[in-house]
Design a protein around this ligand. Structure first.
Ligand SMILES: [Zn+2]
Length: 176
């Protein structure tokens, strides 16, 4: 198993003796797993890894959720977990958040999610969105804040997932 980071994407290369010519790739827990034939040269492998990273990034770009989808998802999550009390004035994706998965400005009711979340499982994106929604009701990270999030079934799993991605990519991204 070889782990590298290509264009900010943690990559795991798996060589398969059964594979003869084809290369394929899939997302797994924040990494891109690239399957290559065992006999491929290192130089060819490097070329293919870059190609697959670019290809997957392009397809995820096409699938990326629009800001409009985020707004309606925020309303659903607020209703499901916060009795509909968190009502953001705007929810949008941003590309320039290098140290946070999400942020909010409670005084203005605005929420921003890092576009680094795009391509991650929906339950991880939901967690970050719910986290920021809860901040509209509770600014800090005290017990009252975590009590608001407690009903979310995949709370600890989502936090662990994000910590894993941060560690694997060498980024110090925080969910706080
Ligand atoms: Zn927070």
């Amino acid at each position: 198993m070889v782990q590298t980071v290509v264009d900010g994407v943690p990559v795991e290369v798996r060589r398969s003796a059964r594979r003869r010519r084809t290369v394929s790739a899939y997302r797994h827990e924040g990494r891109l797993v690239v399957l290559v034939p065992a006999r491929m040269s290192r130089a060819e492998e490097g070329e293919w890894v870059r190609t697959m990273v670019a290809r997957v990034a392009a397809s995820e770009q096409r699938r990326q959720r629009s800001d409009g989808d985020l707004v309606s998802r925020a309303a659903e999550l607020s209703k499901a977990y916060l009795d509909g009390r968190a009502v953001p004035t705007s929810v949008r994706w941003v590309g320039n958040q290098s140290s946070r998965w999400g942020s909010c400005t409670p005084a203005e009711g605005t929420i921003r999610l890092s576009d680094r979340l795009q391509g991650m499982p929906g339950w991880v994106v939901d967690y970050v969105l719910l986290h920021e929604l809860a901040h509209l009701l509770q600014p800090g990270h005290g017990p009252e804040f975590w009590a608001l999030l407690a009903p979310y079934p995949r709370l600890e799993r989502a936090r662990g997932y994000l910590q894993g991605v941060s560690a694997a990519s060498g980024l110090d991204l925080s969910d706080e």
